[in-house]
Design a protein around this ligand. Sequence first.
Ligand code: SF4
Length: 210
Amino acid sequence: MKKEIKIIVDTLIKTYPDARCELLYETPFQLLIATVLSAQTTDKKVNEVTEKLFKTHGDLNSFLTLTEEELREKIKVIGLYKTKSKNIMNLCKILKEKFNGEVPKERDLLITLPGVGRKTANVVISNCFGVQAFAVDVHVFRVSNRIGLAKANTPEKTELELMKNIDENLWTICHHTIIFHGRRCCTSRNPKCEECTIKSYCNYYKNKHL
Ligand code: SF4
């Protein structure tokens, strides 16, 4: 890992010692559902819904007692709720029929499930199964390219560059700290550059101030 990247990563880890997944969950199944629900929606909104939903429907078997219409009703305050209800009900059926009721631990199997892309699979395997992974969401994409940890124009290429530039044992913690930084400091509009702990190393800041 290059010296400058190591300084950025170390500083972000020190700045956000409590960085972690902000979705509420107790099991891999709950995190999988919460992450599918979180597409194009805030974690806060998802948590408001799942806090109630998981009290009555916290596992696969209880989800399988729901109809798609009943699930729609329970998640209707979340964006894209019709598509998400359909995907989740199909996903539950496949988990039961093909995976013995268990959430698979492998990325390649997870991405075969409806509504589950590489980002969702990476969230599940890194948080639940101890696999080092970068889940590139809008925050990770924006922040890592602004700083210069990656120089890429798609989430997929950004993930590959982050994996190349950062030591593997730091991928998951780095992913959490970059998301925390994106939500709290390096926001999409008006990033708080003057109070940023890594501004001296950030390409966006250097380009603006040199
Ligand atoms: S200096 Fe500004 S653009 Fe760079 S990481 Fe910090 S907040 Fe983001």
